[in-house]
Write a protein that binds this ligand. Structure first.
Ligand code: COA
Length: 370
């Protein structure tokens, strides 16, 4: 038995949800470029869960189900108020989502119908939880969704309490479309491994949130913004990046396990970063990002991934840095739950082997002889 480090190149399951073939990402066979230009996040959620684009009637029904399911149980809100004020936002999200299971009478119901209803609840409640965490931290009461036919609009409203503007809704909606699913990424794999034991959907999504939190996965978007802030301004880009590259340090937001010729999602976010920067009248984050890309691609051949330009996009939308990864989770919840449903439909326990590299022929040593 020989281990493959990081399971690189290992095909661990079959799936009909999303594919990355020759650098092209598709959801249910539709190129992400087409979806980014045309689809709403809710259409994508339906597509991922049910394998086809919704009719208008189906979309209206999904939107109304999502709106009807977005209320966070009061005990979870009360519990969130006890979190430390400086709690890590992804730790808070992971804890709150785990708690949601305690108040869902269907949490342990493994029927397909109940699992679809739980997917709807999770998709509806994650944005409410992230917004509530933000408001509680700001010393404000969480507010309920306003029932817009869009998760992006409801999320912005639940964060600020203000009517969200159309450009912000459109930008966030597109970001949600672009992050919704991505084949067998680390957090989706974590979700599938968890539910393949026939554990419940909340456990699967809680595992996934834990995996997404890391800086090599979803945590990279926050790390990109931290880097941009640390650089400080355009004149410091060269010395900062050259220094990092000379020290063989990683530049967050670059490189990818699967894409070696560029992440197809990055160009949409790059365009959006420029547009949002122009709208806010501050394109400095965008310009710094472009310069960093020139240096990193020029010197290392590494291309930006989905996280690189999301950082400047979210900053232009006025979203605090530590909510970037929770927003990724709001979007990826659609992919996680689609994969969980697919796993349940054709389940087998996921239990690989390890190549043993430890000692052999050892013996128990009595305490007094150690
Ligand atoms: N900055 C600088 N060098 C990088 C790099 C980056 N962001 N990403 C990869 N490399 C280099 C590695 O140092 C390594 O170089 P070496 O062969 O000289 O040691 C080589 O490229 C291969 O990288 P490796 O980390 O082994 O690739 P991986 O497939 O295991 O990792 C990532 C993929 C995404 C984890 C990795 O590219 C990374 O850490 N990127 C930064 C974090 C990030 O943006 N994550 C979000 C992913 S969507």
């Amino acid at each position: 038995m020989t281990a493959t480090k990081g399971l690189e190149g290992i095909v661990a399951t079959t799936s009909s949800i999303s594919s990355i073939i020759d650098g092209i990402l598709t959801y249910r066979g539709i190129d992400i470029d087409e979806l980014a230009e045309n689809a709403t996040f809710e259409e994508v959620v339906f597509l991922l869960w049910f394998g086809k684009l919704p009719t208008q009637v189906e979309l209206d029904k999904l939107q109304s189900d999502l709106n009807a399911s977005s209320t966070i149980p009061q005990p979870v809100i009360d519990q969130m108020k006890t979190y430390p004020k400086d709690a890590n936002s992804m730790s808070a999200l992971r804890t709150a989502v785990s708690s949601l299971a305690l108040y869902d009478p269907e949490a342990g119901d493994m029927s397909k119908e109940a699992n679809v209803r739980k997917a709807i609840r999770l998709q509806a409640q994650l944005p409410a939880v992230v917004a509530a965490f933000y408001r509680i931290r700001e010393g404000k009461e969480p507010i309920a969704s306003k029932g817009y036919p869009s998760i992006a609009a409801n999320f912005l409203y639940m964060m600020t309490g203000n009517e969200p503007d159309a450009i912000a809704i459109e930008a966030l909606d597109k970001a949600l479309v672009l992050h919704a699913d991505h084949e067998l990424n680390a957090s989706t794999f974590a979700a599938r491994v968890t539910v393949a034991t026939l554990s419940d959907m909340y456990s699967g999504v809680t595992s996934a949130i834990g995996a997404l939190k890391g800086p090599l996965h979803g945590g990279a978007n926050e790390a990109v913004m931290a880097m941009l802030e640390e650089i400080g301004g355009p004149t410091q880009v060269d010395s900062y990046i050259n220094n990092k590259l000379n020290n063989k340090e990683k530049i967050m937001g670059f490189g990818h396990r699967v894409y070696k010729n560029g992440d197809p999602r990055a160009k949409h976010l790059q365009k959006m970063s420029k547009q949002l920067g122009q709208l806010t009248g501050d394109i400095s984050w965008y310009e710094m990002s472009i310069h960093i890309e020139e240096l990193v691609t020029g010197q290392k051949g590494l291309k930006p991934n989905v996280d690189f330009y999301s950082a400047s996009c979210y900053t232009s939308l006025g979203i605090p840095r530590d909510l970037f990864t929770p927003i990724f989770a709001i979007s990826r919840a659609s992919g996680w739950t689609a994969h969980i449903l697919e796993q349940y439909d054709n389940n087998r326990l996921i239990r690989p082997r390890a190549e043993y590299t430890g000692l052999s022929n050892q013996h128990y040593i009595p305490m007094e002889d150690r």
